[in-house]
Design a protein around this ligand. Structure first.
Ligand SMILES: [Zn+2]
Length: 68
């Protein structure tokens, strides 16, 4: 997957709203100060287990790959 595809996939699973990353499956959020913690999904979230446990870290990785 190239970076555009990674970013498309990331933005399908997550939304950035007011500085909080939000799961599009359960609408729970996580601030950047908790970026090293596992994302707190709702128990019944369908995306849980399908998406990365650390969305901030994944976003960082995508940016890092692009910028070198
Ligand atoms: Zn979720």
């Amino acid at each position: 997957m190239d970076n555009n595809q990674c970013m498309t996939k990331w933005s399908a699973a997550w939304a950035l709203i007011g500085g909080i990353v939000v799961c599009t499956g359960c609408m729970n959020g996580q601030s950047i100060t908790h970026s090293e913690e596992t994302f707190p999904h709702e128990p019944g979230c369908k995306a849980k287990g399908e998406v990365t446990e650390k969305p901030w870290a994944e976003l960082h990785q995508i940016l890092d790959d692009e910028r070198g």
